[in-house]
Write a protein that binds this ligand. Structure first.
Ligand code: 3PG
Length: 305
């Protein structure tokens, strides 16, 4: 028996689940679904006899990997794989993959959805501001950054980017201005959109000194991970600067501390960037196809461990 488990605390759209199921069953495997689980024990029980698993932001800890005695592959249907314990996967001969790029447009659209709401005062009747002609900085020019750049240019914004792993020529070719340092990006742009992964180097790296370089009327848009923000610094900065606003696609740990900054923050209650039918279908179908291609042909193209 080859069981492919879709384990998603935050469920995919129904169309995505249907398409994943079709791919898995067409390949001759058994399809299993665990959605909206509230207890880790449910996940531990479901993975027991799974050969393959598709997850989203679900934590695949060493405990989960250990419980999944038959597991050969886990695919994070999405970009960031900070929720996978890669060491545990490798130690147990489990291939870990992601599906880069598949949900990027959805995240980029949310950047502007949230930003427009902020600069229009959440449509409360007071005059807001426009984005046209303003400077937006893209911190990390990967798949999401690229879509953010395209949309921003369509809106008539000046677009800047910083990414030590992408050449200046590549960035320039998209009509985006590359900058030499992260400090320069923040000092140049009134709006900064964050797209760095969460890892040991980036966690807590967005700190007071960096944020304080931003011009008047600054807005930081975080659709990356809450862990990359130094939250205590963010709170102090918002106390010190009444012009500073923070938007985050996930609620910070200390949400109550932001209460005094009414109108200058917005947090989604659940990570919503990739929560569209299209992104669910793209990432879910890619994950299912990657599993079939791995089991049948040994293809490890998207392996991250
Ligand atoms: C990603 O890393 O792909 C996004 O953060 C989406 O996460 P989600 O699948 O939990 O919505």
């Amino acid at each position: 028996m080859t069981k492919v488990l879709v384990a998603t605390e935050k469920p995919f759209a129904k169309e995505a689940v249907d398409q994943i199921k079709t791919i898995i069953e067409k390949a001759g495997y058994d399809f299993a679904l665990l959605e909206k689980y509230t207890d880790k024990a449910e996940l531990l029980a479901a993975v027991k006899d799974a050969t393959a698993m598709i997850v989203r932001s679900d934590d695949v800890t060493a405990e989960v990997v250990k419980a999944a005695k038959a597991l050969k592959i886990v695919v994070r249907a999405g970009a960031g794989y900070d929720n996978l314990d890669l060491e545990a996967c490798s130690a147990n001969d489990v291939v870990a993959m992601n599906t880069p790029g598949q949900n990027s447009n959805a995240v980029a659209e949310l950047v502007f959805g949230m930003l427009i709401s902020m600069v229009r005062n959440a449509y409360n009747g007071n005059a807001g501001t426009e984005l046209r002609g303003k400077k937006i900085g893209i911190h990390a020019y990967g798949n999401v950054g690229l879509y953010v750049a395209k949309i921003a240019k369509g809106m008539g914004m000046e677009v800047y980017a910083f990414d030590p792993f992408v050449s200046a020529d590549t960035i320039k070719a998209d009509g985006v201005t590359p900058v030499d340092s992260v400090e320069e990006l923040y000092a140049t742009c009134q709006y900064v959109s964050l797209h760095i992964p969460a890892n040991d180097k980036t966690k807590n790296s967005i700190n007071y000194n960096l944020l304080n370089k931003m011009p008047q009327g600054a807005v930081l848009i975080n659709t990356a991970r809450k862990e990359v923000i130094n939250e205590a610094d963010m709170i102090k900065l918002m106390q010190d600067r009444a012009d500073f606003a923070y938007i985050s696609d996930i609620t910070p740990d200390n949400k109550a501390d932001f209460a005094p900054f009414t109108g200058r923050y917005f947090f989604t209650p659940k990570k919503m960037g990739a929560q569209t039918a299209e992104a669910n279908i793209n990432a879910g179908v890619a994950a299912a196809n990657q599993i079939v291609d791995f089991i049948k042909n040994g293809n490890t193209k998207f392996k991250v461990n």
